[in-house]
Design a protein around this ligand. Sequence first.
Ligand code: SAM
Length: 255
Amino acid sequence: MNQEKPKYGWYVKNLIITLLIFGILGISVFLFGLFSEGLLKFILVPIGIIIMVVCLWPGIGMTILNLTLGESFDVDKEMAAINELQSPQILDIGCGTGRTAIKIAKSLKNGGHLTGIDIYSRLAIGGNALQTVEHNAELENIAEKTTFQYGEATKIPFESEKFDIVNMSSVLHEIHNPDDQQKVLNEIYRVLKSNGVFYISEWNRNSWQLIAMMGIFSFVFKPKEYWLKLLESHGFAIENYNLKQGFGIFSVRKN
Ligand SMILES: C[S@@+](CC[C@H](N)C(=O)[O-])C[C@H]1O[C@@H](n2cnc3c(N)ncnc32)[C@H](O)[C@@H]1O
């Protein structure tokens, strides 16, 4: 029997395709320059090298990243609070196609429910859509434990103190405006119950693994200290920070 598999899609798929196309162009320019003579060689070889460094390197790095995404992510280890509670109410902000949200829902041992919200940007993930995440949840047999809907992180569509746990994996760096980042943190604080836990995962710009993988694109991300300051300024108590292969997970608590 041919069983259908969930489709989680590639992060920044269109960007990767563009980078790889330019990367191949860079190789061609470099090789053409190498076999040319005189001034043409002098001009084309460095141009080819620059295009390869700027495009091919991150293009290949992001491809590898997508192929290995989430492999080493263990919910029980990284998000221990989830199974310390009875029937936890969990909110996953920026759930996308459900790569992390569905892992969390599958790990629930004491009942509970996961609600996922997103604006479903196709620039962020290929095939990103509400129907995709709902279908993935059905294929993974956790549809009853989950609800997915449209929702903007700066204006979370739920009442105050509804959730025991809020998770946000690789989302806040996509909200570039600092005022909007403040709004998101205020909203998360509002919807969390007192003593609730907030998990936030972000790539760490200062990690060599990220630089090795993304080249100059690693500067799109912020260092750990940036997120730390933001979280502390919103009254969250920092409990843990775990950095693995350039991906850092903060575990913080609402006081
Ligand atoms: C890199 S993906 C991560 C998806 C998912 N958390 C995961 O672990 O696979 C970032 C997600 O954040 C969503 N997003 C970006 N800005 C958002 C916003 N203002 N409100 C809600 N979701 C947002 C995008 O649509 C995308 O699905």
